[in-house]
Design a protein around this ligand. Structure first.
Ligand SMILES: [Zn+2]
Length: 491
């Protein structure tokens, strides 16, 4: 009976976030070991592993550490060591035939440039050269080419929003099983493209990424076992920054390299279509007010928690209060634990004053003063709902719903950062989407998976934030200087 060990250490690191990622951030998302029962039936990698286990009872599966956090600033170095040490200790000398790692591929660790490469290298050293090692990555991975020679086989998400996490794990496990059976001998190549790409135009339903994904899909067959383009994560400033492609073939290294180069050429040929000019927050509010049909979504991509946003940048709220104060509006959301606690002390119906935004960092705008009524208080922890999920549950901590005085503007405030893509956030506060004309959401693309068809129009704006779209304005220090747009000025 082949023995498979499974571990997950998944994090998308934003070099420009002012908030480090700590153990509590993993504990709020995914932090378990020994089993993956919480993932049963979910569209996640671990859901895929459980499905593989049911389909292949001839394989014995052991779950080591499973850890995933909402994207954020770099992981504290000591935490990285603890998790990697634990995974390596669980593998060394255990005689596993195969290992499956669920990674993101854009992990950032303070003081360490290539954390995913280091992690994979330590796992390979622990299991020896002959054990099989399969890895899955996010579509936004920034992969170092050296990873290709450390793994047996690997794959990545091919959809954005990422609704194929389960299928991605199943592809890796299927390739591992075929390798274990002696049917194939995978060899791979990772090649980097020539650009750091923002992800606002990286959806796979249409547009440049859809075309690149179609080209990759058409490659698969014959000796090509797997072909994966990676859009990359723009805000992880490492030597492996930038888009790229990964191809595995059946024992044909030259073909793997040539095919990966072809995919990178397909990315580079479409480069400029990923760079889109978006309205400012004020312009976006004006555009929304001109829409006849409501509700309209106003998307604050620069503070999207799934790109390392901090749910704290103030400019969209400021623009909303200045331009649409009497329009029924909902802002999802600001993270401000002290404000939620104050709202709790005040109680529903009470009056509260203070500031919103600019509390975690002053770099993205001055705080917005307000006076408000507390409308509702609720727990922000609930079971995550497909189609796009980050783990079995969502955890915003505690929630408060405020209505800004003398206005029709409502603001959700939380004690913890999570992504507002899941409509469970509305349900937690008994909010009806259709009672608002404007819904401001700190998000980018993933919320479209659950909200498809719910908005008459979606308007993205580019307000200052740790994931703002004009990436050439960030102070990159480690990314290769030849990458577009770093050498080209504003993108
Ligand atoms: Zn992603």
């Amino acid at each position: 009976m082949p023995r498979l060990a499974v571990a997950m250490f998944s994090h998308e690191g934003n070099s420009f976030s002012p908030i480090a990622t700590r153990r509590a951030d993993f504990e709020a998302a995914v932090w378990c070991a020994g089993d993956a029962a919480a993932f049963a039936g979910t569209p996640t990698e671990m859901g895929g592993v459980l499905a593989f286990g049911e389909a292949r009872p001839d394989w014995e599966i052991s779950f080591l550490r499973l850890a995933q956090a909402t994207p954020g600033g770099p992981i504290e170095p000591a935490l990285f060591e603890v998790v990697v040490d634990e995974i390596v200790a669980g593998l060394a000398g255990q005689g596993f035939d195969a290992v499956y790692l669920a990674l993101h591929g854009a992990m950032m660790v303070e003081g360490r440039d290539l954390a995913d490469l280091d992690l994979i290298g330590r796992v390979r050293a622990a299991i020896g050269p002959d054990a099989l090692l399969g890895v899955s990555f996010d579509l936004h991975a920034n992969l170092d080419p050296a990873i290709a020679s450390l793994v047996t086989v690997a794959s990545g998400y091919k959809t954005h929003p990422h609704v194929d996490q389960r299928e991605t794990a199943l592809r890796v496990l299927d390739l591992l099983a075929r390798t274990a059976a002696g049917e194939i001998r995978p060899v791979g190549a990772i090649v980097k493209a020539g650009a750091i790409l923002p992800s606002i135009e990286m959806r796979t339903d249409a547009g440049p990424m859809a075309e690149i994904e179609a080209e990759a899909a058409a490659m698969i067959g014959g000796a090509i076992l797997e072909a994966v383009p990676f859009g990359g994560f723009a805000y992880a400033d490492t030597a492996a920054a930038g888009a790229g492609a990964m191809v595995f073939t059946d024992d044909d290294p030259a073909l793997a390299r040539a095919a990966a180069e072809r995919l990178c050429a397909a990315i580079d040929a479409r480069r400029d279509r990923f760079f889109t000019a978006l309205p400012t927050a004020s312009e976006a509010v004006a555009q929304a007010l001109a829409c006849r049909e409501r509700p309209v979504a106003l998307v604050d991509a620069g503070d999207n928690p799934l790109s390392g946003g901090i749910a704290d940048t103030p400019e969209l709220l400021r623009a909303l209060l200045a331009g649409a104060r009497q329009v029924p509006s909902l802002l999802l959301y600001h993270c401000d634990p002290a404000l939620v606690e104050a709202a709790g002390r005040t109680g529903c119906g009470g009056r509260i004053a203070g500031t919103l935004g600019g509390t975690r960092s002053a770099a993205f705008g001055e705080p917005v003063p307000f006076v408000a009524r507390v409308v509702a208080l609720a727990s922000g922890r609930f079971a995550a709902r497909p189609p796009f999920i980050c783990g079995p549950w969502m955890d915003f901590g505690q929630l408060a719903l405020l209505r800004i005085e003398d206005s029709a503007v409502h603001v959700v405030v939380s004690t913890a950062i999570a992504s507002p893509h899941d409509p469970g956030l509305l349900d937690a506060l008994a909010l009806d989407l259709d009672s608002f004309d404007l819904v401001c959401i700190k998000a980018k693309n993933h919320f479209r998976a659950a909200y498809a068809g719910r908005f008459k129009q979606i308007i993205a704006c580019d307000a200052p934030g740790p994931a703002a779209l004009d990436i050439a304005r960030f102070d990159f220090r480690r990314a290769p200087a030849h990458l577009y747009p770093l050498h080209a000025g504003a993108g």
